[in-house]
Structure formats: structure tokens, C-alpha cells
Ligand binder design. Structure first.
Ligand code: F6P
Length: 328
């Protein structure tokens, strides 16, 4: 017998991502549409342990669809990894009469939701929110499209100075241990080389490629490197290595860092967030639990949370080939 859902708790967890606010807004307003309660849980699972809650209505989420970050804040909670911490959280949500949860975050956040559900039988639905796009079961995670556009905007600016000074730039981008941002933004920004953990270019091939670029008449180059790349050297060591082996290159490094996590969400991310929020709430109302809502093709889909957590989001090999051809 599925539970009757009367009040949904919503939280954001893990690294923040543009579009999280649009998703919060969608969850809150979908609850109002269905005349059920909604409670904002601040600072992820840590706020659940501390009872940091706020009743949310349609007006609570005015003017946030276009805002980066998350009004509910985010945090990583070590205490939630303990049974005692999870019990405190459970006692708090029971006291607040919260009977189900929508968790907006990445695979780590979904793992916490799975454990919490298994211990306390609270229905949970995940919304994939991370710029890394590294979650199985969805073609896009919230924030990824916005991060790509941020990165290509910055690389376009770097290209101006690289070409003015005939320089080689190594640009390091985020993605944790996935290369989706590097590969797609690298192609979009016209990078001469793209280094990602999923495809080990190797130092010798990198040098060879840079030599060919020079010989082909390129006076400046951009190499995009994913922070999780396994080429064996960090981006600053790579600079020194290239300078010592290719003295004809004047090399600089730019580590983009957390700017990739900010900014107004793109229209794509706002629309995706709105669609995922509706589906998350209505999936709970259908009496379902332990799913992640996502998008495959242009359809909003459900993936069992366990698969989303354990699955691996593959790099598109066709895209790799495109990047090789474009850097001729
Ligand atoms: O998972 C999103 C992400 O931005 C990764 O790309 C990055 O490696 C990590 O978070 C950084 O974590 P923190 O915000 O804790 O420094």
C-alpha cells in the first residue's frame, strides 16, 4: 500500500550548480499545485540533522529561477554518514511531518538518500544537480549546460591574449573525475588539444601534437585539461614539461576553478530544472520511491537510484573523434 504524500522536504546537497534554484522553485510550486505541503531543508543533510527547516509556498521562490547557487544552501555532512546522525535527521523530519524527500545533488547525495530510505522507509526522489554531468541515467545534469557556456566564454577571452602573444595556454576545467566539461567546452572553444581522464593522450603524443600545430602555422594554442586528467602531471608540471621540451613555446596556465559553478542558469538548465521538479513531485504522488528523474533524448525519464549511483556516464567516442578532426 503506497503512502499518502502530504508534505515533501526538498534539499540541495554536494557541489552547488546553476539551475538548483529553478529546481527548488519547481518542486515548491508543484507541491502547491497539488495542494500538499513543502518544507525547505537548509544546508543539505546537515540541516536535516539540525532541524534547519522552513515551510515553503509559491511566493517563497519568487525571482530565483534566474539565480545561480541555491537558496537552501548546500553542505557536505560527515555526521549524516553515522546512524546516530541519520536518526536525529529522521526524528526532525517526523516532528515537521515531512513524509518524503526530493534530493537535488550528485551521486554522493543520492547515496545518502538511499541509505536514509532503507533505514526509515521515507520515500526519496533524486534530481541530478552537478556541473560535472557525470551521473548515469541522464543526458544532462543541472548546471552542466551553464558551466559549458561559462567555460567557452572564458576560453574565448584567453584566446585573444594567446593569439596576441603567440602563447600556448593550458586551461584547467572542473569535472571531478569526468571529462565531459573539458571535451565539450574544448570542442566549442576550438581547443587544439583536449586532455580528459577517459582518453589518455600521453605526454609524447601531446608533444607531437603541439609540434605539428606549430609546423602547420599555428602561432598560439589552447589545451583544455580536465582536473581529473591522468596524464601523470598536474597542469603546472605540464607547463614546465612542455617548456623544457618545446622551447619555442611560451606557455601560460589558467585554472578556471569555482567560477564554473556560478552564474545565471542558461535557459536550457532553467527549463530542465522546471521539468525535473514537476516529475519528481508527481513521482512521489504516484507512490514511487528511489528513483532519479532525468532526461534521455528529449523525454523526462526515471532511473532507479541504485543504477544512477553505481552506473557510469560514458564519454561519447564520436565526440572524441570530432575533437581530433577539429584540431588538425
Ligand atoms: O562536483 C562539482 C565540483 O565542482 C567538481 O567539478 C569539483 O571537482 C568539486 O565540485 C569541487 O568541490 P568543492 O566545491 O568542495 O571544492
Amino acid at each position: 500500500m503506497s503512502k499518502t504524500i502530504k508534505k515533501i522536504g526538498v534539499l540541495t546537497s554536494g557541489g552547488d550548480a546553476p539551475g538548483m534554484n529553478a529546481a527548488i522553485r519547481s518542486v515548491v510550486r508543484t507541491c502547491a499545485y497539488h495542494n500538499i505541503g513543502c518544507v525547505g531543508i537548509y544546508r543539505g543533510y546537515q540541516g536535516m540533522i539540525e532541524g534547519d527547516f522552513k515551510e515553503m509556498g509559491p511566493r517563497s521562490v519568487n525571482n530565483i529561477v534566474n539565480k545561480g547557487g541555491t537558496i537552501l544552501k548546500s553542505a557536505r555532512s560527515r555526521e549524516f554518514m553515522t546512524p546516530e546522525g541519520r536518526k536525529k535527521a529522521f526524528d526532525n523530519i517526523k516532528k515537521a511531518e515531512i513524509d518524503s524527500l526530493v534530493v537535488i545533488g550528485g551521486d554522493g547525495s543520492f547515496t545518502g538518500a538511499e541509505v536514509f530510505n532503507s533505514e526509515f522507509d521515507i520515500p526519496v526522489i533524486g534530481i541530478p544537480g552537478t556541473i560535472d554531468n557525470d551521473i548515469f541515467g541522464t543526458s544532462f545534469t543541472l548546471g552542466y549546460d551553464t558551466a559549458l557556456n561559462t567555460v567557452i566564454d572564458v576560453i574565448d577571452k584567453i584566446r585573444d591574449t594567446a593569439s596576441s602573444h603567440n602563447r600556448l595556454f593550458f586551461v584547467e576545467v572542473m569535472g571531478r573525475d569526468a571529462g565531459h566539461i573539458a571535451l565539450n567546452a574544448g570542442i566549442g572553444a576550438g581547443a587544439e588539444e583536449i586532455l580528459i581522464p577517459e582518453s589518455d593522450l600521453g605526454l609524447e603524443r601531446l608533444l607531437d601534437s603541439l609540434k605539428k600545430s606549430k609546423l602547420s602555422g599555428k602561432s598560439s594554442s589552447i589545451v583544455v585539461i580536465a582536473e581529473g586528467d591522468k596524464i601523470g602531471k598536474n597542469v603546472f608540471e605540464l607547463k614546465d614539461y612542455v617548456e623544457s621540451n618545446l622551447p619555442e613555446y611560451d606557455v601560460r596556465v589558467s585554472v578556471l576553478g569555482h567560477m564554473q559553478r556560478g552564474g545565471a542558469p542558461s535557459c536550457f538548465d532553467r527549463v530542465l530544472a522546471s521539468r525535473l521538479g514537476v516529475r519528481a513531485v508527481e513521482t512521489l504522488l504516484e507512490g514511487k520511491s528511489n528513483f532519479m528523474v532525468g532526461i534521455l533524448g528529449d523525454k523526462i525519464t526515471l532511473t532507479p537510484l541504485e543504477q544512477a549511483i553505481k552506473g557510469h556516464s560514458e564519454i561519447d567516442r564520436e565526440l572524441l573523434r570530432v575533437s581530433e578532426i577539429m584540431s588538425i
